[in-house]
Structure formats: C-alpha cells, structure tokens
Design a protein around this ligand. Structure first.
Ligand SMILES: [Zn+2]
Length: 207
C-alpha cells in the first residue's frame, strides 16, 4: 500500500510512503514519525532537501519504502538510494523499535538525502567536511565510513543522537540463527551495551 503525505516548508514537498508485505497500518505509523523528524531538521537543510527532491519536475515523488523481508545488509536498519530520492527502512527491525529510535534511523537516511542535495555525497566528501563532533581517529576513516560519520554528525546537529539507536539495538534486539530479529526477553545490561555499541559504531566509521 502507498500513502502520499506533504511535508511543510518552502518549498513544500510530497513524499510517498510505500510498504511491501509489511504489517497493516505500517505507513500510518511512519507518517507522523516522518513529520516529527522533518520538523527537527534545520530549516535551511530542509529547504535544500525539498528543492533537490523537486528538481527536474520528477513525475515520481521521493519515496520512503518499508521493506520486509529485508534485502540489504543484515545489520543495517535503513538505506538511502537513487541519489537521495529513495529511502528504505528495514521493517524487520524497525517494527520492533519504539518511535524515538525509528526517528533516529529516518533522520540518518534523510541526512544522506541532504548530502546529495548539497553535492556532498560519498565520493565528494573529505575529512575537511567533518565537524569533529564525533570522536573518531580520522586516519582510520575510509570513504564508506566517512559518509556515515558525516551523516551522523548532521543528525547530531539536528538534535538526534545516533549512539542512542545503536545502544538500543544492542540492548534489546537479538539475531536468531534463523536470521530473524527478535526482542530480547530481558534487555542487556545498560553499561555493557553502551560499551559494545560504542565499539560497533567506531567500527562502522572506520571502513
Ligand atoms: Zn548511512
């Protein structure tokens, strides 16, 4: 099912939320999450994304697609494709998460759309583009990690904490042998989860 929603701002922009074989009403859950995230994005950045999305008079809107089963990397909860115009959320994991965590994931993918809107996509970024708000040994950061680090620095600036997402996932989710994600019956110890999440995050930036 597909629903179409309009994001406020100048310019305003229509976005389609599309679900593929996911729980009923999933789009209805994501729509207010999307509006909540959008309202937190810096107005100039928001306007850049909306202008970029509106370019070339596209016949199709930018799309947020909820995917279940997930086709991407097992550990990823979202992905931004088509030069920032198609965002996929991994619905096998996102559906288990509270809205505040889904917001962080969606903000991160919208940060990739913003990168495209200002021409700072993966192949155009250098370490000079980094704000330094996340501590990582820069000599170890590669191209694919740099674009993630830059996106996470961007959402920090918008008021979302990327580490909160990683910590929540370590604490609450478990990958079964079957390849299926499940909620843990008992969440892992918070301090230990924090440390493990920190290492996971560093590793993601240094690749
Ligand atoms: Zn990313």
């Amino acid at each position: 099912m597909t629903i179409r929603t309009s994001l406020q701002g100048s310019p305003s922009v229509a976005v389609e939320i599309e679900s593929r074989r996911v729980d009923r009403d999933a789009e209805q859950r994501i729509e207010p999450v999307l509006h909540g995230v959008w309202s937190h994005i810096d107005p100039l950045d928001r306007s850049n994304i909306a202008s970029y999305w509106s370019q070339n008079n596209q016949s199709r809107c930018p799309i947020i697609c909820l995917g279940d089963p997930w086709w991407g990397e097992q550990g990823s909860d979202g992905v931004c494709e088509s030069e920032g115009k198609l965002i996929w959320l991994n619905w096998t994991t996102n559906r288990l998460m509270p809205d505040r965590i889904v917001r962080i994931i969606l903000a991160h993918e919208l940060a990739h759309a913003w990168q495209w809107s200002i021409g700072k996509h993966r192949f155009a970024l250098t370490n000079d583009d980094l704000a330094g708000t996340i501590q990582v040994p820069l000599s170890r950061v590669q191209e694919s990690g740099r674009v993630e680090l830059h996106a996470d620095e961007t959402i920090l600036r918008w008021g979302f904490d990327p580490s909160e997402h990683v910590i929540w996932k370590v604490r609450h989710l478990q990958l079964k042998k079957s390849g299926e994600w499940r909620l843990r019956r008992k969440p892992l110890n918070e301090d230990r989860s924090r440390k493990r999440a920190h290492l996971q995050q560093l590793f993601a930036y240094m690749r």
